[in-house]
Structure formats: structure tokens, C-alpha cells
Write a protein that binds this ligand. Structure first.
Ligand code: TYM
Length: 331
């Protein structure tokens, strides 16, 4: 069994990334004892949208340090940077050649991002899903933990695996997504109809793992909630409070109905104050570990080891794929 996932360094990591993805990487790392685990930083994906090179390099290192600060154990999980494993691009191209423009243009994220681009839409934004498929298929990964927004990309990866296997013979494992029941889509604190996102223009809606703790508390206390005062999970009529209940549940592990029962006689202000403390406490632990790691040499050693292991697996696989397709000379 093998598990793989990654995060784009296109901004600071958010509470959404933490609860929807990283917390599950850690949970699965601790539960699936016999599974080989690879978690990477998807820097090639970040440049589908223009990035400042100094910020990009900072974000790459920050994510590496935050992975470990959040609980990934480098003795158990291989952590690496996507661009340091060239086979991702090699297979990415082959995947592009097996994708149809029509299916790529139908991807929801492509349509959303295209609509937001003011300075032209890069071809990379369109061909992002075949590269993501390559990230997964290169390692014969069985399981891919992601938030719900990546589900469509995962389906594309499954389709591409099946399509390739059909044309060239059995080559790829068809991967399964792992999407958490609670936390699959953490919403913006200022507009709970939208996903919490690092590219959000409204800073109040998004909590970053490296935000000042007092600012984090303030953002939670001023989160948009509905006019009635009951602390009740109801996605249709009370999306704001439902989002906060989801965050509470992800952080504490308590079931939503137990949280509702605990706050049955309480009001929004008390609930938000408690949640603000819980979130700030959890993030404080992460920031303390991050601060130690980011200065240390340990981080580079971990990324070097991850790079070597990933290149070893990926190069073995890409040779087999080239032979299947008939590229170059037989190796
Ligand atoms: P990215 O960088 O946008 O997000 C990283 C992970 O965080 C999850 N996520 C959320 N989950 C819940 N609530 C939110 N508000 C929220 N925001 C983000 C995402 O679902 C994702 O799991 N294309 C990917 C990166 C990638 C990848 C891969 C992932 C590249 N190759 C191969 C898995 C396997 C992306 O842009 O994620």
C-alpha cells in the first residue's frame, strides 16, 4: 500500500489546508502502519499562476517545516519537493498527451481560476490535472487524502490511469481518494458560502497557520454568523455557525451533536470565545515547532532524503512507462 498527497506553495498554509488535508495525513500516517507514505510540496503546480520567486522559495520551506510541525514524522513519511523529482514533468507530458482539451476545459477549478485571471490564462492552468495525475500515478499510490475541492482532479487521475492501462496494458494502480467526513471543505469566516482559501482577497475570512495568535482569535470572534442565536448545525439555514461547529469538531475530535449539546444553553459569543482559544492553542503548538525547525539544518537533510527516495521510485517507474509507450530506445 502507498499513500501520496501534496499542497501547492502558492501562499501561506491555511486552517482549511490543516483540517481538510494535513490533519488527515498525520492521522493516516499513525494508523496505516504498513503503508509507504509520500507527502510533497507541489511547487510546479504553484507557477500555473504568476509567483514572486522570493515568496515562492519561502513558501516551499514553510510548508516543509509546517508538515513536520503539524505531526508528520520524517522517519515514517517521505517529504519532498515536486520540482526536485523530474519524472513528474516527464509523466506529466505523457498524461497531457492522453487528455482531451474538452475534459480539461470542463474542470471546475479551471473555470473558476480562468474567470479570476486578469493577465491572461496560462496553458499550465489548463494542463494542471494531467500533471496532478502524474504526481499520483508515478508512485502507484493507492490512497490520496484530499479536501473535497480536489475530488474532480482525483477522478481525472483515475480516468487517465484506466485510459492508459487500456491502451498500453496494465501499468498504473487506479488511486482512491480519501476525503474526510468532517472538514472536507472549511468555509471562509467572512463568507461561509465560499471555501476558506489562501488566495482569498478578504483576509478576515482566512486563518493562516503562521498568523499572529491574537489575530487568529479576533478572526474567529468576528466570524459571520446568522441572526438567530442557537448553536445548531444546519448547513442550509445556518452556514456560518455550521462552519464553526465543523472547525470545533475537527480540532477536538468531538462529534457535532455532542458539541451542540454542550452549548445548548450558551450563546454565540461564548461559543466563539471557546473556539478561538481552542484554535489558537492548537496553532500555538504548531508555531512553536515550526520556529525551531525553520532555522535548523535538519529540514534540508529531511528534504534531501525525501528527494532521493522519491527519485528512486519515480525513475524506476518512468523507465517502464517509456518502454510501454515506445519512447527512445529500449532500456
Ligand atoms: P491545494 O494546495 O489547493 O490544497 C491542499 C490540500 O488542502 C485541501 N484544502 C482544503 N480542505 C478543506 N477546506 C478548505 N478550505 C481547503 N482548502 C484546501 C485541498 O483539498 C488539498 O487536499 N492540486 C492540489 C495539490 C496537488 C496534489 C497532487 C494533491 C498537486 N498534486 C497530488 C494530491 C495529490 C492543490 O492545489 O491543493
Amino acid at each position: 500500500m502507498r499513500l501520496i498527497s501534496g499542497i501547492k506553495p502558492s501562499g501561506s498554509l491555511t486552517l482549511g489546508n490543516y483540517l481538510g488535508a494535513i490533519k488527515n495525513f498525520v492521522k493516516l500516517q499513525d494508523e496505516l502502519k504498513d503503508t509507504d507514505i509520500l507527502i510533497f510540496i507541489a511547487d510546479l503546480h504553484a507557477i500555473t499562476i504568476p509567483q514572486d520567486k522570493v515568496n515562492l522559495r519561502k513558501n516551499i520551506k514553510d510548508i516543509a517545516a509546517l508538515y513536520i510541525a503539524c505531526g508528520l514524522d520524517p522517519n515514517r513519511t517521505h517529504i519532498f519537493i515536486q520540482s526536485e523529482v523530474p519524472a513528474h514533468n516527464q509523466l506529466g507530458w505523457i498524461m497531457e498527451c492522453n487528455s482531451y482539451i474538452g475534459e480539461l476545459e470542463r474542470m471546475t477549478q479551471f473555470k473558476d481560476k480562468k474567470a479570476k485571471q486578469v493577465q491572461g490564462v496560462s496553458a499550465g492552468l489548463l494542463t494542471y490535472p494531467p500533471l496532478m495525475a502524474a504526481d499520483i500515478l508515478l508512485y502507484d499510490a493507492n490512497l490520496v487524502p484530499v479536501g473535497i475541492d480536489q475530488k474532480q482532479h482525483l477522478e481525472m487521475a483515475r480516468n487517465l490511469a484506466e485510459r492508459f492501462n487500456h491502451i498500453y496494458g496494465d501499468t498504473f494502480v487506479v488511486p482512491e481518494p480519501y476525503i474526510p467526513k468532517t472538514g472536507e471543505k472549511i468555509k471562509s469566516l467572512s463568507d461561509p458560502s465560499k471555501k476558506m482559501s489562501k488566495s482569498d482577497d478578504d483576509e478576515k475570512g482566512c486563518i493562516c497557520l503562521l498568523d499572529d495568535l491574537n489575530i487568529i482569535k479576533k478572526k474567529i470572534k468576528s466570524a459571520v454568523t446568522d441572526s438567530d442565536t442557537k448553536i445548531k448545525y444546519d448547513l442550509t439555514n445556518k452556514p456560518g455557525i455550521s462552519n464553526l461547529l465543523t472547525i470545533y469538531s475537527c480540532i477536538t475530535g468531538m462529534a457535532i451533536k455532542d458539541i451542540e449539546a454542550k452549548y445548548i444553553d450558551s450563546n454565540y459569543a461564548q461559543f466563539k470565545a471557546d473556539l478561538a482559544e481552542l484554535v489558537a492553542n492548537e496553532i500555538k503548538g504548531i508555531q512553536d515547532k515550526y520556529n525551531d525547525l525553520i532555522k535548523s539544518k535538519e529540514l534540508d537533510a529531511i528534504l534531501d532524503a525525501g528527494k532521493d527516495y522519491a527519485n528512486y521510485l519515480a525513475n524506476r517507474k518512468i523507465t517502464k512507462i517509456y518502454n510501454k509507450v515506445g519512447l527512445g530506445r529500449k532500456r
